[in-house]
Design a protein around this ligand. Sequence first.
Ligand SMILES: C[S@@+](CC[C@H](N)C(=O)[O-])C[C@H]1O[C@@H](n2cnc3c(N)ncnc32)[C@H](O)[C@@H]1O
Length: 236
Amino acid sequence: MDYSASDKYASFFTKEYLMGPNCFRLADELLQSAPISGRVLDLGCGTGLTSRFVAAETGAEVIAVDLWCDPTDNQRRFAEAGLGDQMLAIRLDASGGLPFGDHAFDAIVSVDAYHYFACNDSYFANHLLPLLRPGGTVLIAVPGLKKEWADGPSSLMLDWAGESDSATFHSTEWWDKTITGQDIAQKRIWEAECNRMAWQEWFATGHEYGLNDQTFFDAGLDSVMTLICICVTKKS
Ligand SMILES: C[S@@+](CC[C@H](N)C(=O)[O-])C[C@H]1O[C@@H](n2cnc3c(N)ncnc32)[C@H](O)[C@@H]1O
């Protein structure tokens, strides 16, 4: 895969910016699976790196929502990037649904966030698909498993992520059964081609969480964890 679009953002591949496996690589891979434009919701945008990537690379208007990160800081960063007029930062908790009307968005993007609040079989159909205009696209990337556990998470996994976060990591097959809805026209779920690159670039930042992740990956989680991409098109 050609990652020249995300290569342009290499100055952000540092511990001051990244919050996990390189979100630019994941956003790049997702955007190459389906072109998007118009009004885009970035769900769980963090410090707005993916929002900025989507706005700059597609020309879309981006509504950047997040729970933990301050929207005033995000809006300032968007303005400093010369994208302020194209982007709106909002703080909200997505777990109970979203305060937008039906068909509000042409596309919804979520990188390394969806598993925190939507790891169940009703969220997608009840809370996400209605927000999308007919023919619109959802692009999601989450950390996940190469294969479901036969007898629950290993002790290494539990030591790394704890019980509740471990329960949010699943395989492509699990996500395929979980992302459902009558209005889905097309669905594609795959292990990210950028998996290894995105984790390695996160470790290389030297962020204390990245270094901790690297220790556990080296101890065996490398062969268990992956990054999962999901692309859904809504019926026209
Ligand atoms: C690992 S960070 C990823 C941020 C960003 N997408 C990126 O890749 O750089 C996960 C993000 O999910 C957001 N998040 C977690 N639970 C959420 C919720 N209930 N509603 C909205 N955002 C949530 C957090 O605020 C956090 O910024």
